[in-house]
Ligand binder design. Sequence first.
Ligand code: SF4
Ligand code: SF4
Length: 90
Amino acid sequence: MKKEKSIPGPVSKAGTIPTRMGTWSTAKPVLKGKCTFCLFCWVFCPEGAISQDEANRKVTFNFEDCKGCGICVRECPTKAIEMVEVEGGR
Ligand code: SF4
Ligand code: SF4
């Protein structure tokens, strides 16, 4: 069996490059409506930028990792999340 060689540079496991997407995004999600804590947004977020607050049954967004794609907005069944424009990242 061939031994895997390590690749120099920012490439990590499975070929992904770790980045902080929030530094260049132009919009951020804000919780404005009624959240039922269904966690659809948490499941669908491609950046893992949504955390669960079990005690208060609500979700919070990590803007260091959020790339502003708006998938969480589209997947929320109660339309509780809105995208808000931001200038020059955050
Ligand atoms: S906007 Fe995209 S990256 Fe940001 S929290 Fe929603 S799904 Fe995740
Ligand atoms: S998808 Fe909407 S209702 Fe469900 S946890 Fe996320 S914000 Fe709350």
